[in-house]
Design a protein. Structure first.
Length: 180
């Protein structure tokens, strides 16, 4: 029987702890299930460090969520400020346009810039859709998948061609009350 020393490293990252767990598994296979002192030491290291990692990850995840919320709020505020400045430019251009119209001129000339009242491309205004001839209409049909009905049918054991249920997983955190 080959005796191998498990590497107990100073790197105690989550990745390192998972790698050490895999080393423990290999060590147990090689020792035919015997918990050697090295394996026992590695198990103790994981048992002592993994709870701290779980709590540390929760703290960092909560902090990242708070940062994301803060930056989303700041982005919304900055977006409002940007819209305000766009509105100011629109109002100023409208004032220039009205000045030209009231003065009866098409062009306002400054020292560095010229402003000219120009016509836009025509915009379509539909006053009453019922009066539009059928040659200018298109029938549009949409098909919507009823996901809720398919899911219920599959849950009840029915076969729905082209669909299946798949269970995924996610991480959920909750308070550790010490109860198991």
């Amino acid at each position: 029987m080959k005796k191998e020393t498990l590497p107990v490293k100073k790197d105690e990252s989550l990745f390192a702890l998972v790698a050490l767990s895999q080393e423990i598994q290999r060590g147990l296979v090689e020792s035919m299930g015997e918990v050697t002192p090295e394996i026992d030491k590695a198990i103790d290291l994981i048992a002592n460090k993994l709870p701290d990692k779980a709590d540390g990850y929760k703290f960092v995840i909560d902090d990242l969520k708070a940062q994301a919320e803060l930056w989303n709020e700041r982005a919304a505020t900055l977006s409002k400020i940007a819209r305000t400045f766009i509105n100011y430019t629109d109002r100023m251009k409208y004032s220039l346009k009205m000045a030209c119209i009231n003065l009866g001129i098409e062009e306002l000339v400054g020292k560095d810039y010229k402003w000219k009242v120009t016509s836009n491309a025509p915009s379509l205004i539909v006053d009453d859709e019922t009066l539009i001839p059928s040659e200018f209409k298109e029938i549009v049909q949409t098909t919507k998948i009823r996901s809720d009905m398919i899911k219920e049918a599959l849950k009840s054991g029915k076969v729905v061609p082209g669909a299946r249920l798949e269970t995924g997983s996610h991480m959920r955190s909750y308070s550790n009350t010490g109860k198991k």
